[in-house]
Design a binder for this molecule. Structure first.
Ligand SMILES: Cc1cc2nc3c(=O)[nH]c(=O)nc-3n(C[C@H](O)[C@H](O)[C@H](O)COP(=O)(O)O)c2cc1C
Length: 187
């Protein structure tokens, strides 16, 4: 069983990231080899990084950090549901990443990005550079969703089409392979 955490990247009221994460989680129901949990940063509500010590020391003071650390620690793999703000990654995902260090290492990360014409691809490229510093392995296989709002109905439910579902499937295959390959490095 691969423990997969789906992490959203935005926290604003009405954020669409939560609807897209719910769809990814729904698609994963037909992949029972993954044990899935959605971590919505809008609900987790981390303050701006407020730990005194460098995260690599893992000497966390605050309950919110310890809770976040435990969630990321138990993961074998990640999918980040990534928006694009001003041609880059939204601040909340960078903040959530910066809180921790060893917990991210030797684990693969796939991206489901969304936005206008660019489909969030500039944001993905920027975040890849950050996560490699933490020894997280970002995957080239990604799901990029341009003009994402066309898949969202009046109830704020996101429903991807067959081609998006296929892209999720291809990314999952790679996530599973990388998670298995990297596991020995974490022991
Ligand atoms: C501050 C801000 C900056 C944005 N910049 C971009 C951008 O550079 N590229 C893009 O495709 N969409 C951009 N958008 C539009 C977002 O794609 C859209 O609002 C999306 O819903 C954001 O994700 P969220 O709903 O999870 O917050 C921006 C939105 C906001 C609020």
């Amino acid at each position: 069983m691969t423990k997969l955490k789906i992490i959203t990247s935005t926290t604003r009221p009405g954020r669409k990231g939560a609807s897209i994460a719910a769809w990814v989680s729904e698609v994963l129901k037909s992949h029972p080899e993954f044990e899935v949990e959605v971590l919505d940063l809008g609900l987790i509500n981390l303050p701006l990084m407020d730990e005194a010590a460098h995260p690599r020391l893992k000497t966390y003071e605050h309950a919110h950090t310890k809770k976040w650390s435990a969630k990321i620690e138990e993961a074998d793999a990640f999918i980040v549901v990534l928006a694009e703000y001003n041609f880059g990654f939204p601040a909340p995902i960078k903040n959530a990443i910066d809180y921790l260090h060893q917990e991210w290492a030797y684990k693969p990360m796939g991206f489901v990005s969304y936005g206008g014409l660019s489909g969030g691809t500039r944001s993905v490229q920027m975040l890849k550079e950050v996560v490699t510093t933490l020894k997280t392995v970002p995957l080239p296989e990604a799901v990029n969703i341009p003009f994402y709002s066309k898949y969202i109905d009046d109830q704020d439910t996101f429903k991807g089409d067959a081609s998006l579902e296929k892209s999720v499937g291809l990314m999952l295959q790679e996530l599973k392979r990388w998670a298995a390959a990297l596991k020995p490095l974490r022991s």
